[in-house]
Design a protein around this ligand. Structure first.
Ligand code: GLC
Length: 783
């Protein structure tokens, strides 16, 4: 399509190419990140993911090598050929990624599909040509990770996907090409290299990961610019750090958002909400959040309350908060078309709603019946929507749940020609669809930030790349199927590999009736998912922790309490994530990419670097094989030490989720609480596993942005196992209150303990010893 290179010239960080049939450019963003661009629609980037592209002024050279132009940074070499084919090498000349030089050549689909279609089978079409296509060569053992919330397995090789945010209530299975989110980013891992690829295009886009031909993979789109970023690095952590440098990181959330959350369509009226709250406290199950689904509203009108069901919502929310329950309310984009409804009238008067091609406000059906759709692509609308959040905050709401923002509609999909202002560009639905939910969440975030001054808590269903800056995400309407519990693990891991740390699924499953055993196993996974919310559909069986039997209740209690115990560790992970882009839930490949045994592990994951979880994901199963990666790991329940690099068989009766701790780990624990903030934490417990390691523990006020001005305390612990075990305690920053004491639980044998020169008394427990020391800097020696 581009033809031969005619001319090139360098301007700052960019090398411009004139081809026979078009123009393109390569930009050196930094020595590791290269942007490949051709303005097929707009002259420059028009990104909703990258809001602040930081181009480093770094040195690079450009040379004409005859049949290609070589651009070299300190870390990468880029070769640009005719047809705007681009290859990437590392600084030593090793090939990383090549454009496929042949034509696409899909496998043949034999026969006439109509007979199969007649019986209702889905039959795939033949090769589709897309306006934009970038085809990359397969060298051999490529694995692909990322691509957001797609169904199926961790490694995406051999599958094809589409980015078109879709609300499909049918059971999500591997044939679903798209779900609610569009995250056009993936990581390619080969035996000797790793790199990331971010295709920043909001139109419907396509990702074929060597499905149609095992010699290549490709991405493409129906419209927009050719605009993608090649991200180099030494390992997956580097790639994620750089991808999130571009698209943003998950900011530290309020601490309570990491607590347990209970939801259902719907807890209403108010008496039912209070009953749920009471049940938590009576059953001794910690809980921080109750969600109100659509039935709290007056006729599904957003930013209203049904005052028959909630007589005095302010009073109710205040009283619930006094007992530790924060309320999160659902807000959908569809605004009921109803005369004298203030939100509708205001939006109409100010032109805040999307229109049809003739400029008439576009109407479709959602929960409220005929509804109109705010044009979140326009700043004025986002501001207005942000201001409306105050209505909810004033009622005492603590967070907002954005749903149906693909946008979903009941009267057929929004036509392609629905019009959006797109901050002055005037675009149609084909361009805005995939960023509609993203921009709704952004508007919500900005409004809540402005009016509460606290770290906003938003959950969104639809998303585009970069959503992690504004919102946590959940994976939409799963079902109470074992299959969906199993799939939730690779799905959440790939969300993490797409920059999204704060994510979760509906624990217990949304549609269909849950069983006691399924909920027991699901809550074990949920304990380790950053967003830990049990949610279920209207008219399904009750699914609260107490809804089945005593055993299920006990299992829920055991794991929800474990979650609260691990909260400081989880909060530390979120804090580190804001600085590194690393997710909370990680596939083993993220830290053990040299071990080919882990590339396809779909049913185990790391919770940070120190904890590995190997849940039971099958009905009736009470044992499983567990792959233990290199190093020594300790069974969390039995404290048995296991040497890694092998597979073991683990017994796991219904109340046991296999959990392993890496040797040399220091895991901070909180005492039991009914909700976060119930107790002032004066003593931190350190759960210590002998070996060598370091650990940073972070504390702040848990809700404001003051940490960004230094109001936090950071401890640095290290452990070294020689003949004696030496544990160092340091305070790197002391900008927030500090603990008074540390309780050390040392999971190994010991004869004597010293803190500085003082001999410390200890007590023995089943697996080791416990002792207390003041929370001061110093050195602990355990003999
Ligand atoms: C959608 C959401 C679900 C919610 C329901 C009613 O199906 O995905 O979570 O309960 O709408 O609001």
């Amino acid at each position: 399509m581009f033809g031969k290179i005619i001319k090139r010239n360098i301007e700052g960080s960019k090398v411009f190419f004139k081809f026979e049939n078009g123009e393109g450019r390569i930009e050196v963003i930094n020595p590791f990140i290269i942007n490949i661009f051709s303005g097929l629609k707009y002259d420059d980037h028009y990104s909703r993911a990258i809001e602040d592209l930081k181009v480093e002024n770094c040195d690079f050279t450009v040379q004409n090598k005859g049949n290609y132009i070589k651009i070299k940074t300190d870390e990468l070499e880029v070769r640009v050929y005719d047809e705007f084919k681009v290859d990437f090498y590392d600084k030593n000349g090793k090939v990383l990624c090549e454009d496929y030089k042949g034509e696409r050549d899909p496998f043949i689909r034999r026969g006439n599909g109509s007979i199969a279609e007649g019986e209702g089978h889905a039959v795939e079409a033949n090769k589709e040509k897309h306006k934009i296509e970038v085809v990359k060569k397969i060298f051999g053992d490529e694995k692909f990770y990322g691509l957001g919330d797609k169904t199926g397995h961790l490694n995406k090789r051999g599958y094809g996907y589409e980015m078109w945010n879709t609300d499909d209530p049918s059971p999500h299975v591997e044939s679903h090409k798209s779900l609610y989110k569009s995250i056009p980013f993936f990581i390619t891992l080969r035996e000797d290299c790793v790199f990331g690829m971010f295709f920043d295009n909001t139109f419907k886009s396509y990702f074929d990961m060597a499905k149609e031909n095992s010699n290549y993979y490709y991405f493409g789109a129906d419209d927009g610019n050719l605009d993608y970023y090649f991200i180099g690095g030494n390992n997956i952590c580097d790639i994620l750090r750089r991808y999130t440098d571009l698209t943003g990181r998950t900011p530290l959330p309020q601490l309570w958002t990491l607590g347990y959350q209970q939801s259902r369509w719907s807890y209403a009226p108010e008496t039912r909400v209070r009953e749920i709250a009471k049940n938590f406290r009576e059953n001794d199950i910690p809980c921080d959040v109750i969600h109100l689904d659509i039935d709290y509203m007056d006729n599904y009108k957003v930013f209203t309350w049904d005052n028959e069901k909630f007589k005095d919502e302010k009073k109710a929310l205040k009283e619930l908060k006094e007992d530790g329950f924060k309320i999160v309310t659902i807000i959908d984009p569809g605004v009921k078309k109803e005369k004298n409804y203030n939100i509708y009238e205001e939006g109409l008067k100010n032109g805040y709603f999307a229109t049809d091609k003739d400029g008439v406000t576009y109407v479709n059906k959602v929960w409220p019946g005929d509804s109109v759709f705010p044009d979140f692509s326009e700043e004025a609308t986002r501001k207005w929507w942000g201001e409306n959040q105050k209505i909810m905050l004033d009622a005492g709401v603590s967070g907002i749940w954005n749903d149906m923002n693909e946008p979903a509609s009941f009267n057929g999909p929004l036509p392609d020609d629905v019009q959006f202002k797109n901050d002055g560009r005037n675009s149609d639905h084909t361009e805005i669809h995939n960023i509609y939910g993203h921009l709704m969440a952004k508007a919500t975030f900005e409004g809540i930030k402005k009016h509460s001054g606290k770290r906003p808590y938003i959950i969104t269903r639809a998303a585009y790349a970069g959503i992690q800056k504004y919102s946590t995400v959940w994976t939409g309407d799963n079902q109470s199927f074992w299959e969906h519990l199993r799939m939730s693990v690779p799905m959440l891991l790939n969300l993490g590999m797409s920059g999204m740390s704060f994510c979760g699924t509906d624990v217990g499953g949304f549609s269909f009736d849950c069983t006691a055993e399924l909920l027991s196993r699901w809550v074990q996974v949920g304990t380790f998912t950053p967003l830990f919310r049990n949610h279920s559909c209207i008219r399904t069986r009750d699914q609260e922790p107490w809804a089945f039997n005593g055993e299920t209740l006990n299992i829920n209690r055991k794991y929800i309490k474990l979650r609260y115990k691990l909260l400081p560790y989880l909060y530390d992970l979120m804090w580190k994530g804001e600085n590194t882009g690393l997710p909370v839930m990680r596939p083993l490949v993220l830290h053990y990419s040299n071990d080919k045994n882990v590339y396809e592990i779909n049913d185990q994951f790391l919770f940070g670097e120190n904890i590995m979880v190997a849940p039971i994901l099958e009905q009736g199963k009470t044992y499983r094989s567990v792959y233990i990666p290199e190093g020594t790991w300790i069974d969390y329940w039995t404290k048995e030490k296991i040497e890694g690099g092998k597979t073991i068989l683990k017994n796991a009766p219904l109340d046991t989720c296999p959990i392993y701790i890496k040797a040399g780990s220091i895991i901070p624990n909180y005492p039991e609480q009914n909700y976060i903030g119930e107790k002032e934490i004066k003593e931190l417990t350190l759960d210590i596993y002998s070996g060598n390691g370091e650990y940073e523990h972070y504390i702040d006020d848990g809700e404001s942005f003051k940490y960004r001005d230094g109001e936090y305390t950071l401890y640095k612990f290290s452990i070294e196992a020689k003949e004696e075990t030496i544990i160092n305690v340091r305070k790197v920053n002391e900008g927030f209150k500090v603990y008074k004491s540390l309780k050390v639980v040392y999971n190994d044998n010991a004869k004597e303990v010293y803190f500085g020169n003082n001999k410390i008394e200890f007590v023995e427990n089943n697996n080791g010893i416990e002792f207390n020391i003041p929370a001061e800097e110093g050195t602990i020696v355990i003999k």
